[in-house]
Design a protein around this ligand. Structure first.
Ligand code: ADP
Length: 260
């Protein structure tokens, strides 16, 4: 058809997968994987069939976040990998294939072909949205993936510090180069909520990501507070959207999901 996204990213489509959305961040540790997983779970709760692909081959975190650590995918009759499933999400990660032996010495082209295979040679089945947890950064590796795969759009995760926001600008530029629309920016660790007294502290300033998003002409998808429960639930392999479905923070992830 004449979808506006037809020219977005590369040409690699996956049979059965309607849309591929990348979750990106300019650097590690800002909560990209946490956001990708909770966003996937929130989209699933909104009724979509969701796949989750961990393309971070150096530090895969989906197995732990989705409580699938130590599991190995089976191989189908036609020699495709069978994704693993938990909380209704269809998951694939290099972590399932490598265990703890992270390929620290892999070179760029090997990483790219590994990612390509995880997309092409996996029995994804019928998926409305495949959420791609990109490796941290907005450099050549991320550019290569975006050039190869037909992406409907990208979600950029940032913390509120000025320096992180500068990186958001770079991320937007990178996706622009390959015609991938930036769906919007999620500000993670937006402010701190004390688990005891519920006091909110805007440790890194207030409203920075929202201002920058409007300046760059992309949507602000919302802010997720820094909260102990987000980390604890992620570490325990049952992210907050499934472990505490009625919490305020889950409502915030659902809010983000509705805008994606
Ligand atoms: P990235 O994928 O960007 O490297 P992660 O998603 O692995 O980052 O998050 C880094 C750490 O921060 C993890 O321990 C995670 O549980 C924690 N974290 C992420 N977002 C939040 C949040 N909103 N509140 C509390 N802890 C968070």
């Amino acid at each position: 058809g004449s979808s506006p996204f037809e020219k977005a990213g590369g040409s690699l489509h996956v049979p059965g997968v309607k849309h591929i959305v990348a979750v990106a961040s300019a650097k590690g540790g800002v909560g990209k994987s946490t956001t990708a997983v909770n966003l996937a779970l929130a989209l699933s709760r909104l009724g979509y069939a969701i796949g989750l692909l961990d393309t971070d081959v150096y530090g895969p975190s989906i197995p732990r976040l989705m409580n699938l650590e130590g599991q190995k995918p089976r191989v189908s009759d036609r020699k495709f990998l069978m994704p693993l499933n938990n909380y209704g999400i269809t998951c694939m990660s290099m972590g399932f294939l490598l265990g703890d032996n992270a390929p620290a010495i892999w070179r760029g082209p090997m990483v790219q072909s590994a990612i390509e295979q995880m997309i092409k040679q996996v029995e994804w089945g019928a998926i409305d949205v495949l959420v791609l947890d990109l490796p941290p950064g907005t450099g050549d590796a991320q550019l290569a993936i975006s050039q190869k795969i037909s992406l409907a759009g990208a979600v950029i995760v940032s913390t509120p510090q000025d320096i992180a926001l500068l990186d958001v600008r770079r991320g937007c530029n990178m996706f622009a180069k390959v015609n991938v629309p930036v769906i919007g920016v999620v500000e993670n660790m937006s402010y701190y909520i004390c688990p005891n007294c519920k006091h909110e502290a805007h440790v890194f300033g207030h409203g920075g990501a929202e201002r920058l998003a409007s300046e760059l002409g992309v949507d602000f998808l919302g802010g997720i507070p820094l909260h102990l429960e987000v980390r604890e639930t992620s570490d325990s392999g049952k992210p907050i959207v499934v472990s505490n479905p009625d919490s305020d923070i889950t409502a915030m992830y659902l809010q983000v999901a509705r805008k994606v």
